[in-house]
Design a protein around this ligand. Structure first.
Ligand SMILES: NC(=O)c1ccc[n+]([C@@H]2O[C@H](COP(=O)([O-])OP(=O)(O)OC[C@H]3O[C@@H](n4cnc5c(N)ncnc54)[C@H](OP(=O)(O)O)[C@@H]3O)[C@@H](O)[C@H]2O)c1
Length: 328
């Protein structure tokens, strides 16, 4: 057997920077052969070069835009030819659904006084319930207020929302479906979906929508997911998010991660011999949070890595907030 195929083989999506890049580094450090993927060839190749220069071996690059079916097919073909199987898939690629107006953000950053208009306090309420509980009291001053400013400078357009669903949820589904046949050839198949606490169903005010996401016993659940997401996009286009009980801030991001979590549960039921879990990596300092996070990428990446390396017989179909199991 080839020395490379004797090792476990992992694929990490969206790995040219942030948590994904660090997941690659930590997996490689643990003796895994990693296929670092990125949508941009140059950024991906540079990331691999940087890792290799820092002493990490057994990392190869392959282009992957999770929003592009041809790119997904090309990755699957590459792996089939070169490695013949996959042991670990980390669906990490993701985008926020907010467009940040950097001029507004700069002006808020330069202003030490708390913004206290109505919009801001609505954001504050939303943010309080979702993220502040993660922050220690000292961090609430720095990370917390910076993130509020990012939210205050952000707006969610229909196009951005559509892109967010297409990358965060449908991208995960596309890559997973393409690689399942290769994961089925593994002795220890693992799928880790890098989700977010923002995707918890409790943040969707409409209980009937919550129930639809939660009903993983329905064999048609996957089709239903498409219907729920289409309804969300229609409501967004018609300005009916609040009226119909969808989240109102970063709504597409939350809905995309809720869908990802439902998909985790569907897959775990469908493939009982695999370990398939969702994980919230914590509130991490990366580009997606405009570097407002409180955890380092090293810490944020460590939780998906633990789940990627779970021993046989470990639980599947769960949602972890870092290492604590939480409700969907
Ligand atoms: N940071 C946090 O606090 C936090 C909290 C909860 C969950 N998460 C999740 O953690 C994951 C990683 O985020 P991060 O914090 O590391 O943010 P990040 O630094 O912005 O990294 C996001 C990565 O996803 C890639 N990506 C975006 N669209 C893609 C596509 N169509 N195909 C392939 N790759 C694509 C980006 O590539 P480009 O460089 O080409 O844009 C980048 O490599 C995301 O799923 C995010 O939702 C993060």
């Amino acid at each position: 057997m080839d020395i490379l195929t004797a090792k476990r083989i992992a694929v990490v999506t969206g790995a040219n920077k942030g948590i994904g890049l660090e997941i690659v580094r930590q997996l490689a450090f643990n003796g895994v052969m990693v296929i670092l993927t990125a949508r941009n060839e140059k950024r991906g190749a540079e990331a691999v070069e940087k890792l290799i220069k820092s002493g990490v071996s057994d990392v190869v690059f392959h282009q992957l835009d999770v929003a592009d079916p041809a790119s997904v097919a090309s990755l699957s073909e590459f792996i089939k030819t070169k490695f013949e199987r996959v042991d670990i898939l980390v669906n990490n690629a993701g985008v926020a659904s907010l467009e940040i107006d950097s001029e507004v953000l700069d002006s808020l950053d330069g202003d030490d006084t708390e913004v206290n208009n109505d919009d801001y306090s609505a954001i504050h309420q939303e943010f309080d319930s979702v993220v502040l509980k993660e922050l220690g009291s000292n961090d609430q001053q720095s990370g917390g207020s910076r993130f509020l400013k990012v939210l205050a400078a952000g707006k969610e357009t229909y196009e951005k929302a559509k892109e967010c669903l297409d990358i965060n949820f449908y991208g995960t589904k596309r890559v997973t479906e393409a690689l399942i046949p290769l994961l089925q050839l593994s002795n220890q198949p693992r799928i880790v979906n890098v989700s977010s606490i923002h995707g918890q169903l409790q943040y969707i005010p409409n209980e009937s929508i919550q129930k639809q996401f939660d009903d993983v016993n329905d064999p048609k659940e996957e089709i239903k997911l498409d219907e729920i997401l289409q309804k969300f996009l229609n409501d967004m286009q018609e300005n009916k998010l609040e009226e119909n009980g969808w989240p109102t801030f970063g709504s597409a991001y939350k809905v995309s991660k809720a869908a990802m979590n439902t998909y985790t549960r569907i897959l775990a039921k469908r493939y009982p011999s695999m370990c398939i879990n969702s994980v919230h990596p914590g509130y991490v300092k990366t580009d997606i949070t405009w570097n407002s996070g409180i955890l380092t990428v090293e810490e944020g990446a460590s939780y998906p890595v633990i789940l990627a390396l779970l021993p046989d017989g470990s639980p599947s179909g769960l949602f972890y907030d870092k290492m604590e199991v939480i409700s969907f």
